[in-house]
Write a protein that binds this ligand. Structure first.
Ligand code: ATP
Ligand code: MG
Ligand code: ZN
Length: 452
């Protein structure tokens, strides 16, 4: 069989381009043996003793048992702690801090829990891990390191130790010797994960799997990997900035709306209790081209500073550079500003940056971006006391955004006294000390936001 390494599609003969996902040159020859029904399943169906359908009213209510580690952020993203027997996949760019975060989590659990924690690394030697642990000042006795890539050997150790938590760093480096394909291939990743799932569920041991990501930022290996595990987390952030976001994209035991914010430093990943304050810490409010947006990361409002710079194009086509927002979004906002606000941006280079390395996909940041651009173009400062919220439509109208109350509360908490936001259909309860203004168009909003 030929298996696509991108999507797991199986073809009887080699093909240059995958008919399912369109990837070029992704097929690898794999030997498959015909599946035989397992002996126990045959026996059970013969005896008629398999699982029977049960009325939902008679199914026992069972609470998932969770273990929590000290601190809030990690537990919160998981929905309130690590569920026993769950499989958690954690992905992220190289060097973003996956191993660091998991080493800290294992050390905490080894320190506070009553069972050993097994950290299996197929990428680093115990000495390398020790080096990191010493830097982070972690060395509990119950934290056991194992440098191993043969999954059967890992499973044997897990059976013998019955640890309270197992880390596999990474799922792409372990392999089952019975399969002919190379470690990291689709079939290896799939089989290794299902082997680990079985032991996690039967022994009630939670497991964290580190997953490498592809160029496009998805977890490498077949999409099925994400289906097989209970929780999928991504560790995101800009490598050149210290902030990291741990974001849930799938969670069978909790909401995926939660985001944990960490700061990567010499002591490892440190929780950021008040992200808005951290992102606004270096704000210089007296120069034109900077504004503050209230965005929503999951259910959590976060204030970020948006900076824009416009400068006359010296030759050729004007440049547009977006850092932290989508470039297409910037082009759209530029077009709206030219056409609806009458700004002559046709001969201006425009640079936009979201301070702190955050990537904002939420359109509620639009108004802050547009205002920052106008502020830089006209060289008029944005009122430092004002927080901006709103999506901008093609006709220059300000469109409503979700969870306005929460955003306003967060802005008020950080000392903002004014907010500009789209019309809402209902009466808003403004937080104490805050003056709100709801506007219909981007033009109105900008005139109000700039210092007179
Ligand atoms: N001495 C140090 N002081 C501060 N930060 C450090 C130090 N050494 C390493 N780091 C940080 O740790 C990061 C590497 O973290 P880590 O190994 O946990 O990442 P990872 O996501 O596991 O990477 P990989 O995908 O390569 O396994 C480096 O990119 C660097 O930012
Ligand atoms: Mg690593
Ligand atoms: Zn494919």
């Amino acid at each position: 069989m030929f298996v696509c390494q991108q999507c797991g599609s199986e073809q009887p003969k080699w093909t240059g381009r995958c008919p399912d996902c369109g990837e070029w040159n992704s097929f690898v020859e794999t030997t498959v043996s015909a599946p035989t029904p397992s002996a126990s399943a045959v026996a059970r169906s013969a005896e008629g003793t398999g699982n029977r359908p049960t009325p939902i009213s008679q199914v026992q209510n069972e609470h998932f048992r969770r273990v929590t580690i000290p601190g809030n952020e990690f537990n919160r993203v998981l929905g309130g702690g690590i569920v026993l027997g769950s499989l958690v996949l954690i992905g992220g760019d190289p060097g973003i801090g996956k191993s660091t975060l998991l080493l800290q989590v294992s050390a905490e659990l080894a320190l506070w829990g009553d069972k050993p924690v097994l950290y299996v690394s197929g990428e680093e030697s115990p000495q390398q891990i020790k080096l990191r642990a010493s830097r982070l000042d972690l060395n509990p006795d119950r934290l056991l390191l194992l440098s191993e890539t043969d999954l059967e050997a890992v499973v044997a150790q897990v059976e013998a130790l019955q640890p309270g938590l197992v880390i596999i760093d990474s799922i792409q480096t372990v392999f089952l010797p019975d399969l002919t394909s190379a470690a990291g291939s689709v079939s290896q990743v799939r089989e290794c994960t299902s082997r680990l799932t079985r032991i996690a569920k039967t022994r009630n041991i939670p497991m964290f799997l580190v997953g490498h990501v592809t160029k496009e930022g998805a977890i490498a290996g077949p999409r099925v990997l994400e289906h097989m595990v209970d929780v999928v987390l991504y560790l995101e952030g800009d490598r050149f900035h210290q902030y990291r976001l741990l974001r849930g994209v799938k969670n069978r035991f909790g909401s995926t709306n939660e985001v944990g914010v960490f700061e990567m430093g010499n002591e490892g990943m440190v929780e950021v209790g008040n992200p808005s304050a951290a992102f606004l810490a270096e704000r210089s409010s007296d120069s034109p081209g900077a504004s503050v947006a209230v965005t929503l990361e999951g259910t959590r409002p976060i204030l970020v500073e948006v900076q824009a710079l416009t400068s006359e194009t010296s030759f050729g086509n004007p440049r547009r550079t977006a850092n932290g927002i989508d470039l297409n979004r910037l082009l759209l906002l530029t077009a709206v500003l030219s056409k609806r606000v009458g700004l002559g941006l046709g001969n201006q280079d425009i640079y936009v940056n979201v301070v702190g390395g955050l990537k904002i996909t939420e359109p509620a940041i639009d108004l802050a971006v547009a205002t920052a651009i106008v502020s830089s173009y006209r060289e008029i400062q944005v009122d430092p006391e004002v927080a901006l919220i709103g999506e901008i439509g093609l006709s220059g109208e300000l469109r409503s955004v979700g969870q306005l109350d929460r955003r306003l509360n967060e802005a008020a908490k950080l000392g903002f006294t004014r907010a500009i936001y789209p019309h809402t259909g209902r009466k808003l309860a403004l937080p104490q000390g805050m003056k709100g203004r709801s506007v219909a168009t981007v033009q109105e909003a900008i005139e109000d936001a700039l210092v007179k």
